[in-house]
Design a protein around this ligand. Structure first.
Ligand code: 5MM
Length: 340
């Protein structure tokens, strides 16, 4: 295993002012995004949408890598150029989501386990041949009555660790994503406790599976109030509590920590990240791996119409730029107006 190479890539992925674009929506998830603009979920539309993103002029200034879905890593743009080459031409790295989604966890009502370990070694070898430099696996942790159970935390951490070990053996950097879901009426301190337990279980399992942390990237949730809780924590509280749990539970050997946005508004996701970086120095590169918070405005502006491609690209480039400033800890609300 070439750990130095994995380490170089893991640093590059989270080094300011760049972060990751998560464009790995499964076919059913991209269908939900298209439904919001009344667009049918057919391969041609998925290609056109992602081609618009990957042809955005200069996106590589703020995007170090793009997480793709299986269909996209094999797909060609309208002129026959592969999507992988479009991404590489901007100096960004292609990555691939390798989990197969979640299924109910037997014996644990309301909890889920991520599947996809069977045959993973062979799939990883194929993705490496297709040009992937890194991979992603997402575990879903729900907060609710009696949830999460220790059983669900442990089972998901074991799967994440087994995946990460296989990815490193295939020469690919694993992004490990234990997502504590925002939905619910819980308060921010419950989110803190659950995030801490999820990270503890994850790093225990990574140790057990002999994963070399220097060749990994963590993709965590931020510590936020449940979406239905009447008291919504402000920017500074979210930033302080998120940094507290990361400092407590994420070893300094991890090169990059890149957040998911999880349903936060575009601007909140940017403001939280900037506040955390402004509170540095930090032991890891701290950046973004946003799906919705990088794409929501672009998809709405594009609306599935060829004449809106340039405007959709401008919307995407703007969010990438804002999050690039946040990765440096230098974003202010004024930047939204002046750079828009
Ligand atoms: C882009 O969405 C990813 C894949 O979701 P599905 O497997 O459900 O289709 C998702 O894993 C994403 O990479 C992360 O959750 C981050 O995205 P957000 O929108 O939370 O920033």
């Amino acid at each position: 295993m070439d750990i130095e190479k994995l380490n170089r890539i893991a640093i590059q992925m989270g080094q300011a002012p760049r972060g990751i674009l998560a464009a790995d929506e499964s076919t059913s998830t991209i269908g939900k995004r298209f439904a919001s603009i009344n667009l049918s979920n057919v391969e041609d539309h998925r290609r056109a949408y992602r081609e618009m993103l990957f042809r955005t002029p200069g996106f590589g200034k703020y995007i170090s890598g793009v997480i793709l879905y299986d269909e996209t890593i094999r797909q060609k743009a309208a002129d026959g150029t592969s999507m992988v080459d479009l991404i590489r031409s901007e100096g960004a790295l292609p990555g691939i989501k390798v989990d197969m989604g979640t299924k109910p966890l037997p014996g644990a009502d309301g909890e889920v386990i991520t599947e996809g370990l069977d045959g993973l070694g062979a799939r990883l070898a194929e993705y490496a041949n297709l040009g992937a430099a890194f991979t992603k696996w997402r575990a879903v942790i729900n907060i609710g009555k009696g949830m999460p159970s220790q059983y669900a935390l442990k089972a998901n951490a074991e799967a994440l660790a087994r995946y990460a070990a296989l990815a490193q053996a295939a020469g690919l950097v694993p992004i490990v994503e234990p997502e504590v879901i925002m939905d619910g009426d819980h308060d921010i301190d419950t989110c803190f406790d659950v995030t801490e337990a999820a990270l503890k279980a994850l790093y225990d399992s990574l140790w057990d599976h002999r994963v070399v942390l220097e060749g990994t990237v963590l993709k965590p949730n931020m510590v936020v109030s449940g979406t239905e809780n009447p008291r919504q924590a402000g920017i500074d509280e979210v930033a302080a509590k998120t940094l507290k749990v990361l400092k407590r539970r994420v070893p300094a050997a991890v090169p990059s920590v890149v957040f998911l946005s999880g349903g936060q508004s575009d601007q909140d996701a940017t403001a939280h990240l900037s506040a955390m970086n402004a509170a540095g120095p930090l032991p890891w590169h701290l950046s973004f791996s946003y799906g919705r918070a990088l794409q929501a405005s672009a998809i709405k502006t594009w609306a599935g119409k060829p004449e809106n491609v340039a405007a959709g690209q401008k919307a995407f480039a703007h969010r990438a730029h804002m999050n690039g400033l946040a990765a440096l800890g230098k974003w202010t609300a004024n930047d939204e107006r002046s750079a828009a």
